[in-house]
Design a protein around this ligand. Structure first.
Ligand SMILES: [Zn+2]
Length: 173
């Protein structure tokens, strides 16, 4: 199973802008998607959490993210995703990342967004997302622009170790 190493915070590639995929059916695009799927599944199995991953996190500067959520149920790749709409209404939350799994960072995200992307089948699709899925998509699309969530911290005090976050009973809002 092509599980890839996940780059950790501080790695220079996490701050680079990724390039669009020209052909979703090219063999390298398909193998990239499989690697993201496998790496996400492996991380979930090992750590018990994780809902999304972006190609730059496995060292490939291409605009592809892979999402796996239960509520709402969504599993698959979003190729060249673009946020086309976002509400002004914001939500604050404690966010984390495979690239810094032991650190929580408090960020502010748009409550609802609309994303256009290509599916693995090459279809141009539109996804309206709110709540958890909305903030997840914003987190992953930020990776494609070289913006790890620590760069979205709402203040210098907006950091907490996962251990402390768990001790506080997993605060969300
Ligand atoms: Zn992340």
């Amino acid at each position: 199973m092509p599980v890839r190493e996940i780059l950790q915070l501080g790695h220079p590639l996490l701050y680079e802008k990724s390039l669009p995929i020209d052909d979703p059916f090219a063999p390298e695009s398909l193998s990239l998607i499989i690697d993201l799927d496998d790496t996400l599944a492996d991380f979930r199995k090992t750590n018990g959490f994780g809902r999304g991953i972006a190609a730059p996190q496995i060292g490939l500067l291409r605009r592809v993210i892979f999402i796996c959520t239960k509520e709402p149920s969504f599993s698959g790749a979003l190729i060249n995703p673009v946020i086309t709409k976002g509400t002004d209404r914001k939500v604050e939350l404690w966010d984390s990342c495979f690239s810094f799994p032991e650190l929580m960072v408090r960020v502010s995200r748009a409550d609802e967004i609309e994303v256009e992307y290509y599916s693995e089948q090459g279809d141009r699709l539109r996804l309206e997302a709110e709540g958890d899925l909305s903030e997840l998509l914003q987190h992953e699309i930020d990776h494609l622009d070289g913006i790890p969530a620590v760069m979205r911290a709402i203040s210098p005090q907006a950091f907490m170790t996962r251990q402390e976050w768990l001790r506080q009973g997993r605060p969300t809002g």
